[in-house]
Design a protein around this ligand. Structure first.
Ligand code: PRX
Length: 671
């Protein structure tokens, strides 16, 4: 249905990839009004929409003054004169780490727990804000002693342990933009990110714990640097698992030697509001990941504002838990900056939800009395599959707000989340945003919005979003089209690192003066927004963004592969799954080199090595031909039909219409 309702006008146009269970979304009529008790205590109020509408920049300026401490107050709010390059609060100065840590200690909140860390093996650490101040200051001094100065880039390749948060904040403290690379990415992916950002320092660990076993990280750093990385002068290594590591004298430094010995006194460096805070690489529609970069003042304002209002955070009493890794934008905004700026107490957990048992998450909720939980639909669907008796064994009564992010949440998963985890009582906030938007853009407000299972509903106060047709005209209620953002917002990306043209092309060229998000969406009869998935060559697997082109490039870099086409096929648990169609080179295809099972396994391993295990195709189908239009564009829509076992749609624009029959026949043969 999402396939057929995709907002496309012609064959060559991209089509919405959709997600499971969205079929009935426009007939979904369940409604959940806020309870009077929740509404009475909520941070958010309904009149915020009208205030913000009356003066959008002014509304954000109020938030920036209220939520952040500025060493030099700003007098300018938004400068859009060089659109699409925005400047927010540009003449103000501040420091992100000061806002996240120091001021809480200075204002008497030093004893409040900032982080409850739970290691996968059950080891725990508790860091108060005072502890965090000491550790961040020491790390900042250690990094500075290794030559890192304001403006230098630092690559971070760590498990989800306190040092990841400490490192990000230590970088922010010296004004050194960080580039966190998810620990599940390969040496190859790490190398390209280190090179693109010209990182001076890499911070890593010997390894982390994953599914009960140590999983090494340092070898990937060694391999990445062996490929050549002239900018990197040092590698700081946290000892986490104790596994043996190779050591490059003069380059490698143990964290416990460099940081533990450093002074705990450090003065945060004030930077301009528009100073880059971090770079985070994300998949686009081409093979090369984009270094999305965010700056300081605007990003922190919206991070703090959304964290406070969308989750109804009460910093004195709540225990907040966002299950994301810091390798993703959700971990940046809703594990590090949002919660810490707001002085929250939060849980971070290193491992997987089923180690050592499938109730681990719920055990953590019970243990720490988690009140706000923020996770992804894929995790919810996995728990549904495991069965509700598992969460039923734990006391989840502390929970009062549940959040969802990363992909469309199907109404059944939403209902299950509310009923089983939220005891039919908690508001659910389905939050739409992107690496590029920096912070939540579209979401219900708990205590204010009557929620609808499966819909992210309305832009937040101060945010302007719409659904438009091919001519950039807003669609009427009931219509579908492309999701766009029509006004600049404080946490918006400031560009693609080193590539301003690509920034303009990717986001601002599809429609004049409005931001094209890459998502298809519909408006229901009330004007509420329902997200339908990507309309470009980007897939969403377990809430992680992957580029079809990037995986295709990885596949064709293997000597066996002549050509490859990748699609995201609907998957009950992961939302989408990677399915690859490959044409083998002549000699391999003739059966000399390998049987189908060996081809599958070899190419899956190859993709894991080139990009990372998350990009491994679920399935690799060997075909003799690929369906292409006369202009040579692969018709992924048809391949998706095959991958999803549907009847193949209209193929009249194929250059050779017999190709689909060939593919179908080939697949019918036993492997
Ligand atoms: O397709 C949308 C989907 O995730 C994309 C952004 O991916 P990324 O930059 O990795 O950030 C993920 C975490 C913010 C979007 O273009 N997406 C994210 N949240 C939702 C969503 N789709 C539907 N509903 C959501 N709540």
């Amino acid at each position: 249905m999402t396939e057929r309702s995709a907002p496309t006008s012609n064959e060559a146009a991209p089509d919405a990839q959709g997600s499971p269970g969205l079929e009935n979304l426009l007939t979904e009529d369940r409604r959940f009004p806020p309870s009077p008790e929740f509404a009475a205590q909520a941070n958010a109020t309904a009149d915020a929409y009208a205030w913000a509408n009356a003066d959008r920049p002014g509304y954000w300026a109020d938030q920036a003054r209220e939520l952040l401490s500025w060493s030099t107050p700003f007098t300018q709010t938004l400068d859009w004169s060089d659109a699409p390059f925005a400047r927010w609060f540009a003449d103000g100065r501040l420091n992100a780490a000061y806002n996240a840590v120091d001021r809480h200690v200075e204002e008497g909140r030093g004893d409040r727990v900032a982080l409850h860390f739970e290691g996968e093996g059950g080891d725990t650490r508790t860091l108060t804000y005072a502890d965090l101040l000491r550790e961040v200051s020491k790390a900042a001094n250690a990094f500075a002693a290794l030559g890192v100065g304001t403006g230098d880039r630092v690559a971070i390749y760590l498990p989800l342990i306190p040092e990841a948060v400490i490192t990000m904040l230590a970088c922010a403290r010296i004004g050194a933009p960080h580039s966190v690379v998810f620990g599940g990415f390969s040496a190859e992916a790490l190398s390209s990110r280190i090179l693109d950002a010209e990182a001076k320092l890499v911070v890593t660990a010997d390894g982390g714990f994953r599914r009960g076993k140590p999983s090494a990280l340092k070898p990937a750093v060694d391999e990445a640097l062996e490929k050549g990385a002239p900018s990197v002068s040092h590698v700081v290594v946290v000892r986490r698992t104790g596994q043996p590591v190779e050591w490059t004298a003069g380059r490698d430094v143990w964290w416990h030697e460099a940081v533990d010995a450093a002074s705990s006194q450090h003065t945060p460096v004030d930077v301009d509001a528009e100073h880059p805070l971090f770079i985070l690489y994300t998949s686009g529609t081409t093979g090369k990941p984009k270094g999305i970069f965010h700056t300081t003042g605007g990003y922190l304002t919206q991070a703090a504002y959304t964290h406070l209002n969308v989750f109804d955070l009460k910093p004195e009493t709540d225990v907040y838990w966002c299950t994301a890794d810091v390798g993703w934008i959700t971990g940046h905004t809703y594990v590090v900056y949002g919660p810490l700026i707001n002085g929250a107490t939060q849980v971070i957990y290193e491992g997987t939800p089923d180690t050592p048992h499938r109730g681990r998450w719920w055990e953590i909720v019970q243990k720490y009395g988690v009140t706000i939980l923020y996770t992804a639909p894929t995790a919810i669907r996995t728990c549904m599959k495991w069965g509700e008796e598992i969460p039923g064994n734990f006391d989840l009564s502390s929970l009062r707000v549940l959040g969802s992010v990363g992909e469309p949440i199907n109404p059944e998963a939403w209902m299950w989340y509310r009923r089983v985890i939220g005891a039919d009582r908690t508001p659910i906030v389905d939050t739409w945003w992107q690496t590029e938007t920096g912070a939540i853009m579209i979401s219900p407000l708990p205590g204010v919005t009557e929620t609808k299972p499966g819909s992210a509903q309305v832009p937040l106060p101060g945010i302007a979003a719409d659904v438009v047709d091919d001519d950039a005209q807003p669609v009427p209620n009931g219509g579908g089209g492309y999701l766009v953002l029509t006004e600049p917002w404080p946490a918006m990306l400031r560009g693609i690192w080193g590539d301003p043209e690509r920034y303009k092309d990717t986001y601002w060229s599809r429609f004049k003066n409005i931001y094209f998000a890459g998502d298809g969406a519909k408006k229901d009869a009330d004007g509420d927004i329902w997200l339908l998935g990507r309309v470009d060559d980007v897939m969403n697997v377990s809430g992680h963004r992957l580029s079809t082109t990037e995986i295709e490039s990885a596949l064709v870099s293997h000597p066996w592969v002549a050509e490859a086409a990748v699609v995201g096929a609907t998957d009950e648990t992961t939302g989408q799954a990677v399915v690859a169609f490959v044409i083998l080179r002549g000699d391999v295809a003739e059966g000399n080199a390998a049987d189908a099972a060996t081809v599958q396994e070899t190419l899956r391993t190859h993709v894991a090595k080139e990009i990372g295990p998350i990009a491994k195709p679920r399935q690799i189908l060997v075909v003799a031909e690929l369906p292409k239009t006369r202009s040579g564009k692969i018709m992924r829509r048809l391949l998706r039909d095959v991958a999803e076992h549907r009847q193949v749609g209209d193929s009249t624009t194929l250059a050779d219409s017999s190709v689909m029959d060939l593919i179908a026949q080939g697949l019918a043969k036993p492997a």
